[in-house]
Design a binder for this molecule. Structure first.
Ligand SMILES: CC(C)(COP(=O)(O)OP(=O)(O)OC[C@H]1O[C@@H](n2cnc3c(N)ncnc32)[C@H](O)[C@@H]1OP(=O)(O)O)[C@@H](O)C(=O)NCCC(=O)NCCS
Length: 231
């Protein structure tokens, strides 16, 4: 397998949705929302990501289907936690929300469960307010998926490394919220993440836990040598 990581393009969205739906089919977070998000809802999210996120796809360049998306990752770029959200991002978030509500009204269940969405958002806000203390901000891995039949072959690592390398160069932390303890926490620990906090989303006793994990930047070899030379 020759894993190739490229920026997501409009024509990759369909394949990215396949990876998300298949990889999250048994996911506790998805089950809590009672449904696998439909293609329209995920398409809206992916198009938002094309404009506002660091969005990557993985393909196997040496296979007979070199254009097939086998994994995807959406990262939100860092910004100082104390800074207010920019107007374009603020408007884009509301536009995303309105599109999802319209989609829900049209399709009924099959989109987002709005009550639970707000429970999750409140828990996420509380967790991030407590953890995001570094003014350099955080590369936030918002979505990462690999097709079930391709998991365990280094594709997830390749999707992480493209951003972790950048984070290391810039001296910025990475952050994620894992919807599963097992095996995901062990996978993320292999990449240098550590459990920072558990996040409870509780809908009148029907609750799920998410696992907030943080990765500190690794100092690059040449930075270390320069530092040592100064000492
Ligand atoms: C989580 C996920 C993205 C990881 O991608 P992947 O391609 O399977 O992972 P990789 O093969 O690149 O493995 C990364 C590291 O974890 C290790 N690893 C992989 N599977 C593991 C497992 N089941 N248990 C322990 N370690 C594991 C690998 O050995 C590798 O470590 P190394 O590079 O130091 O040797 C993928 O499994 C997935 O899509 N899962 C379902 C959807 C999901 O849960 N997404 C994340 C929601 S938070």
């Amino acid at each position: 397998m020759t894993t190739q990581i490229t920026h997501m393009r409009e024509e990759d969205i369909d394949g990215a949705i396949d990876t998300i739906q298949q990889a999250f089919a048994e996911d506790p977070y998805n089950n809590w929302f009672s449904t696998i998000r439909n293609r329209v809802s995920l398409g809206i999210r992916c198009r938002w990501g094309l404009q506002h996120a660091l969005f990557y796809v993985a393909k196997d360049a040496a296979s007979s289907t070199p254009d097939k998306v086998i994994g995807t990752a959406m990262w939100l770029p860092p910004s100082p936690p104390s800074a207010p959200r920019s107007w374009p991002l603020y408007l884009a978030s509301w536009s995303l929300w309105l599109q999802q509500v319209r989609m829900n009204l049209y399709y009924g269940r099959g989109g987002l469960n709005t009550k639970r969405y707000w429970i999750w958002k409140a828990a996420q806000h509380e967790a991030q307010s407590g953890l995001w203390t570094d003014e350099r901000g955080y590369y936030f891995c918002n979505i990462v998926t690999v097709l079930p039949e391709c998991q365990g072959r280094g594709i997830g690592r390749a999707l992480f490394e493209v951003v972790m390398r950048r984070a290391d160069e810039e001296g910025v932390n990475c952050y994620l919220e894992s919807s599963r303890a097992e095996p995901n926490m062990r996978i993320y620990e292999r990449m240098g993440f550590k459990l920072a906090r558990e996040m409870l989303c509780d809908d009148d006793g029907d609750a799920i836990k998410l696992f907030c994990m943080m990765r500190e930047p690794k100092r690059r070899e040449n930075n270390m040598q320069a530092d040592e030379a100064r000492i």
